[in-house]
Design a binder for this molecule. Structure first.
Ligand code: AMP
Ligand code: MG
Length: 285
């Protein structure tokens, strides 16, 4: 029996986790899986859970300072306008920026193109004690690259297993990988693009190429489906987060991160000095 805690009827990690029957084209991007509340409750809860996330991140950071090499990596993927930047701002925004290793991946530079596609990814991995955030990621190398045939099919085709192996190594070496596909509907994308064309404060976000990508929606759906089918593993599962309602996506990603951090079972590092002696020293000073 599911218990209702502040609007959640089931844990986000359970309702959002990809299964073998997940079909990205059939996901209801306007839904709020596992959450019974409305926007008002969701937004209020986000503040509360954001504080919890922040406390857990501080624990991670504190342990990193004493040599714990573990880290958490949030991988954000999604079509243009899905709200990757909003997640960074409104979810990651709750934690101390010093503890965040953030990286955004756009079209590779000339130098990056001369290297293996994982080269720039490895360089951006979170350090021990850090919360890493990837706004786009190595998955672009089987998404945009596949859709636009930027490399031959046998090359991108080999990458799924390579990515699985790569993430397996990450997990082995202490990084908890949380992979989130933000699912926006095609209609909602149109509304968000229209807003970018209507509001002067949004013009800067408008990219003419977004409409070219939008025209390839079915190809992207197919490419995303392959990602879910071939790279959602026990150790590094994908979560599909409906994001037509931004407040829900933010709340859900917060829960996924809290869950990942709680899984590390961290406690405050013990004092590396004689507490009593230091208190005395301070008193006499
Ligand atoms: P944005 O996230 O709006 O800054 O856009 C970044 C752009 O870079 C998107 O159009 C991505 O598809 C593109 N991009 C990211 N990674 C790659 C890659 N490995 N190869 C080609 N294009 C990429
Ligand atoms: Mg863009």
């Amino acid at each position: 029996m599911a218990t209702e805690i502040n609007g959640w009827t089931a844990p986000a990690r359970e309702v959002l986790r990809v299964t073998t029957s997940t079909r990205i084209a059939e996901v209801d991007a306007g839904a709020t899986p596992g959450f019974d509340g409305d926007k008002q409750l969701g937004s209020a809860l986000l503040e509360e859970r954001g504080a919890r996330l922040s406390a857990l991140q501080e624990l991670l950071y504190a342990n990193g300072r004493i040599g714990d090499h573990r880290s958490v990596l949030l991988v954000l993927q999604g079509m243009d306008t899905a709200g990757k930047g909003g997640i960074v701002r409104h979810v990651i925004g709750h934690v101390d920026p010093q503890g965040v290793d953030h990286a955004a991946f756009g079209s590779p530079t000339e130098e990056e193109l001369r290297h293996h596609y994982l080269w720039r990814i490895e360089k951006a991995l979170p350090r021990g004690g850090q919360l890493g955030v990837f706004d786009r990621s190595h998955y672009e190398d089987v998404l945009v690259v596949r859709v636009h045939e930027l490399v031959p099919a046998d090359v991108w085709g080999a990458r799924y297993q390579e990515i699985v192996d790569f993430e397996d190594r990450l997990v082995d070496t202490g990084t908890t990988v949380v992979k989130v596909l933000l699912a926006v509907s095609k209609e909602e994308q149109k509304r968000r693009l229209a807003q970018r064309l209507r509001r002067p404060d949004k013009y800067w976000k408008y990219d003419r190429r977004d409409l070219d990508e939008r025209a390839l929606w079915p190809d992207y759906e197919q490419a995303y489906q392959a990602v879910l089918d071939r790279t959602s593993t026990e150790r590094a599962p994908w979560f599909v987060v409906p994001c037509d309602r931004k407040w829900y996506a933010r709340l859900a990603v917060t829960e996924l991160l809290i869950d990942a951090l709680e899984g590390l079972e961290l406690s405050w590092p013990p004092a590396h000095f004689d507490v009593e002696a230091e208190r005395l020293r301070l008193e006499r000073s």
